[in-house]
Design a protein around this ligand. Structure first.
Ligand SMILES: Nc1ncnc2c1ncn2[C@@H]1O[C@H](COP(=O)(O)OP(=O)(O)OP(=O)(O)O)[C@@H](O)[C@H]1O
Ligand SMILES: Nc1nc2c(ncn2[C@@H]2O[C@H](COP(=O)(O)O)[C@@H](O)[C@H]2O)c(=O)[nH]1
Length: 188
């Protein structure tokens, strides 16, 4: 049975960037948990790769069918949720399942799996740098960026609830620190 690796942080901290780098390390046996979302794809995102993109109506139907391990309305009218089936199938294959979750979702999954899960908080050097990264990423409209920044203060206050805090200032250092944290956790 595989283990669970949770990445949480405010939007723009660099979770996806670090995850994408670690997915290229085959010795970690990682499998990404593809969430459902009711937001529209952005940039080069593809259905079934970054997310399963579904309508808010389908999202509500799936909630009523109890298909999610957890879900959040992270931003108004934008739902995100972890599919039970995804996680169970991947973990049963012996893969270590990686989650990219908002802070509430991260805390919920950690509570659910306890010691089987490692929860990592990816901390940006500052809120100003977070804004610079979101603007630089150029995937969101200015008002969406402001919504994400507005949530960041609460999310940063939740960092002590996580097993490890990784400061993502120098990307290479953050990737290596995360790699070592995961390697020692899966070898325990
Ligand atoms: N250490 C770093 N230094 C400078 N820029 C970085 C660093 N880490 C990531 N970035 C850049 O910051 C932007 C946001 O990163 P990324 O998309 O990985 O964040 P995220 O936490 O996954 O965001 P979201 O929660 O919205 O998916 C990207 O343009 C990425 O290239
Ligand atoms: N609670 C959950 N949060 C999730 C899930 N999938 C992604 N997320 C988080 O949402 C925000 C925004 O993501 P974006 O792709 O629109 O930038 C980010 O913090 C993700 O980590 C999920 O299944 N559950």
């Amino acid at each position: 049975m595989g283990k669970l690796i949770i990445f949480s942080a405010p939007s723009g901290s660099g979770k996806s960037t670090i995850i994408n780098r670690l997915m290229q390390r085959p010795e970690l046996h990682l499998a990404f948990s593809i969430s459902c979302t009711s937001r529209a794809p952005r940039g080069t995102e593809q259905n079934g790769v970054e997310y399963f993109f579904i309508t808010p109506e389908e999202f509500r139907e799936r909630i009523s069918r109890d298909e999610f391990l957890e879900y959040e309305e992270v931003y108004q009218d934008r739902f995100y949720g972890t599919l039970k089936e995804q996680v169970e199938t991947q973990a049963a294959r012996g893969e270590n399942v990686v989650f990219d979750l908002d802070v509430k979702g991260g805390c919920n999954i950690k509570k659910f799996y306890g010691d089987r899960a490692l929860s990592l908080f990816i901390q940006p050097p500052s809120v100003e740098e977070l804004r610079r990264r979101l603007v630089g990423r150029a995937t969101d409209a200015p008002e969406v960026i402001e919504q994400r920044i507005a949530r960041a203060e609460f999310e940063l206050s939740q960092a002590p609830k996580f097993d490890r805090i990784i400061i993502n200032d120098d990307l290479e250092k953050a990737v290596e620190e995360t790699y070592e944290a995961i390697r020692s956790f899966i070898e325990e």
